[in-house]
Design a protein around this ligand. Sequence first.
Ligand SMILES: Cc1ncc(C[n+]2csc(CCOP(=O)(O)OP(=O)(O)O)c2C)c(N)n1
Ligand SMILES: [Mg+2]
Length: 803
Amino acid sequence: MSNTSKTTKDITFDDFKKEVLSDYKIAVTSRECSLLGRREVLTGKAKFGIFGDGKEVPQLAMAKAFKNGDFRSGYYRDQTFMMAIGALNIQQFFAGLYGHTDIAEEPMSAGRQMGGHFATHSLNEDGSWKNLTQQKNSSADISPTAGQMPRLLGLAQASKIYREVKGINTEKFSVDGNEIAWGTIGNASTSEGLFFETINAAGVLQVPMVMNVWDDEYGISVHAKHQTTKENISEILKGFQREEGTNGYEIFKVKGWDYPNLVDVYQRAAAVARKEHCPVLIHVNELTQPQGHSTSGSHERYKSKERLAWEVEFDCMSKMRQWMIENNIFTDEEAKIIEKDIQKQVRKGKQAAWTAFVKPQKEEQVEAVAILKAAAINSSNKAFIEKLANELEAIKEPIRKEILVATRKTLRYLTAEKSDTKTALINWISNYKAKIQPKYSANLYSESNLKADNINAEAPKYNDDSEMVDARLIMRDNFDAIFTKYPESLIFGEDAGHIGDVNQGLEGMQEKYGELRVSDTGIREATILGQGIGMAMRGLRPIAEIQYLDYILYALQIMSDDLATLQYRTNGKQKAPLIIRTRGHRLEGIWHSGSQMGGLIHLMRGIHLLVPRNMTKAAGFYNTLLEGDEPAVVVECLNGYRLKEKMPANLGDFKTPIGVVETVKEGADITLVSYGSTLRIVEETAKELAQVGIDAEVIDIQSLLPFDINHDIVKSVQKTNRLLVIDEDVPGGASAYILQEIVEKQDAYRFLDSKPQTLAAKEHRPAYGTDGDYFSKPSAEDIFEKVYDMMNEANPNKFPSLF
Ligand SMILES: Cc1ncc(C[n+]2csc(CCOP(=O)(O)OP(=O)(O)O)c2C)c(N)n1
Ligand SMILES: [Mg+2]
């Protein structure tokens, strides 16, 4: 061949070759990380490994189509993609495997999540938003399979809102709604209800969501024949294909080892989703698991010889390599040189990650050993302490548990002694704990200056012509003020749009603010929640409405696993300040009585749980939450919409403080603590008690999570010396939590003259009808008699027994 100047075609081929080579190098890097990662687990350096081997090639194609501003919501196989978008390097990969607690070394979760759970940083140090349009984004993964689906819907919907709703400041979040939300899921996990719910909802909403199914025919050991009808997800979803005049999906099916075809499919998929906001399904099949599912177990146990042989032949990496050789991109020899070089780099990166991981612990070990040896010198238990010191010193690569076990156990040998070295040891342990504990516990809630309990209260204002109105009107008019004040706010839920919610708290709002901001949704609580999470992660202020508190259970898994853990699992690098609006407490029967508060409290740490007793308080909570940056559930009182309350003048501005209780009636004899609809009954009962000479103090908790941050309840108990918690949850439910907060955390036991008690509902769900409620939940008579009983015990002369 003559050496003349290059033609355009040559240049194009050169560029093409360069790009393919660069892709191949990323894939080889990723594969080597998987191979070495498994070895690190098997040799005991890491606890567990789950890797992306066998899924590399489609992820290269996805990364090529993925643009700044886009979001991923995926699962543990996506390391190649993360590497390809520049969000994960070799050292970080291994830092994740080891669980390095320094976010600078392990940017995915600062060691909180097992390796393979990916994330990018949406927030600056101070908790404010970065410009998400200038980076490639990944929402933080969770382990529950298909748990990434509901949030994916919201991430996609945000683009639609940013494109179509006028007046929002989009600067940090969107460029004309051009961003795609990319989902990834394993074939077996498509069996989950959350997958189907999300697929249907995205088809209805027509949002830019590209759903990728990585199909390797297995879910751990379980074959597709047990997972998927016809063993073929794209086949059974064919009915979602959009047609002339219908909504729906574009559906692609492509082999996971076919690099050029994958690249082409992903470009086409992205184009349609980005431009038309049409959701896309890409079923990527014929994928493999070269090392089996994870480090716990081997796939030889459940795959046939034929299947295993097929997996070797169709390994996407070897297929890509073969294709590159056939297309003169490199020769076998050149490939080997590249591969060898990458192997070296991966080993080097792994070593660097390990050195960085053990370094701080080694330094801490040296400190601890020195302090133990010093403590040993003058101790009568010298021999025992030295033994602990020497054993700690002998550990080659110590972990923090070993350091604390040795130092804390030493204290037991020093109980009878006093010395400066003992004091030094005590101080060292407490400083060490104070330094290390946050690495494992910080950022469950916001630590920014916008955290909810930093937002100052503002009382509702009333003027001379303020009227008593149906309380639902306060809710409605306050929402009106909110939608005007915050263009980025929006509300959606079953019946929330056209009719303005089942209790008319949103009456007329859709007409005024449009169908995108005040919208009806399908009956699908988990994805209503997911819409909220995803949109909140992209800077909007969604209010997700769950029609009745009883149905929040459908969304509870996603609240607990995704929303509640988000700040924690990213060590404060992502947030979703979602407001969940719902209505509950007493109304009718088993499924409209909203009582499962204990369950919520225990499964939602990380989300605030607010239980206002009336609509003014509830509206005030929404106003507070919108100024803050944290997620919360607000439970409105189902039976309160038609009660009369005075219409405040400062709608949209008055704020109910979070974590602050309110004493609604002062009293001297007993402290009655309750919340929500039951509080009203307690208030009524307090009047009846007054008639028999019992002066009860009534406190409205208002906020179950966080709980009485000023410790006001104990001040009341200090005065009355008696405590009764009244709650409509099951016995030992929310009331047990409340009692622990007051008696143990606030030390109220010190002031009690009577046994602290709880009055809860029956163990069963409430029966239907007024009598059903009366015989199931605490009634005024129950409360009266319980209080009277306590007073009778204290002073039988003054309060002779009722029965
Ligand atoms: C809700 C839930 N159930 C079970 C598990 C345990 N589990 C982890 S991965 C997995 C199989 C997933 O298979 P698939 O979706 O095909 O993904 P693959 O690992 O094959 O890529 C299972 C059952 C889980 N993490 N979450
Ligand atoms: Mg699978």
